[in-house]
Design a protein around this ligand. Structure first.
Ligand code: B12
Ligand code: SF4
Ligand code: SF4
Length: 151
């Protein structure tokens, strides 16, 4: 649950946007609806600091993302990783293990019910797409990610 390099912090330092109460990098164009990546290099680049680095949050009095989190994992600029993880990994590895355990330990009727239930379909979809996150509320609720955003 810990990355070697924090891309959100790197994104803010690169002048891509500001740090939101949802703990995400918020860009002017797409709000928090961005995925971040980086390139590591040993090329001798000159250190630069973007002129308009927005270290100041622009969330102001808004609390939409905090109120939208179904896991109650968010406080301003602070996330309970465990609570969030339990939600986003509903159909990740731990969801898969739980499903297998249910199928193995249930009686015949329970097994049939599990095999016809929604969990197997969710898991199948995740295996096919490779995308196993199960929550995006703190990203999709933010007004900065909607048309006519405050930028
Ligand atoms: C581990 C991880 C998780 C864990 C823990 C989440 C967390 N917030 O740490 C879990 C599984 C819970 C998770 C959930 C989600 N994640 Co995630 N996650 C990561 C990952 C792989 C590493 C994060 C990390 O450990 N950073 C390093 C440690 C040291 O950071 P830290 O302990 O949080 O402390 C830092 C912050 O608090 C920050 N900070 C604190 N105050 C301030 C103030 C300012 C001004 C700044 C700039 C920074 C800052 O600085 C600290 C040190 O760097 C990153 C990818 C990456 N390598 O950055 C993606 C990443 C953060 N996740 C992302 C996303 C989108 C999500 C989810 C929405 C799930 C989903 N559906 O995709 C949720 C959102 C949860 C949330 N609101 O934060 C995106 C964020 C994109 C963005 N717009 O910012 C990233 C960058 C992945 C990506 N490739 O784009 N994630
Ligand atoms: S991804 Fe979902 S559970 Fe995690 S912090 Fe965002 S809204 Fe909450
Ligand atoms: S929803 Fe509101 S409080 Fe949350 S990150 Fe977006 S602007 Fe900030």
């Amino acid at each position: 649950m810990r990355g070697e390099i924090c891309w959100r912090r790197a994104g803010v330092a690169a002048g891509l946007g500001f740090y939101g109460k949802n703990g995400l990098l918020i860009t002017g164009e797409f709000g928090p609806l961005v995925r971040l990546g980086g390139v590591l290099t040993n090329f001798p680049l000159e250190k630069q600091v973007a002129a308009d680095v927005a270290l100041e949050s622009k969330c102001e009095a808004c609390t939409i993302c905090l109120d939208s989190c179904p896991a109650g994992a968010l406080e301003p600029y602070k996330i309970d990783k465990k609570k969030c993880g339990n939600r986003v990994f509903t159909y990740g590895l731990r969801g898969f293990s739980a499903f297998l355990e249910e199928v193995i330990t249930a009686d015949e009727a329970g097994r049939q019910e599990a095999l016809r239930g929604p969990a197997l379909r969710e898991l199948w979809q995740n295996f096919m797409t490779g995308g196993y996150y199960y929550c995006w509320a703190c990203q999709t609720s933010c007004p900065w990610g909607k048309p006519g955003n405050p930028a």
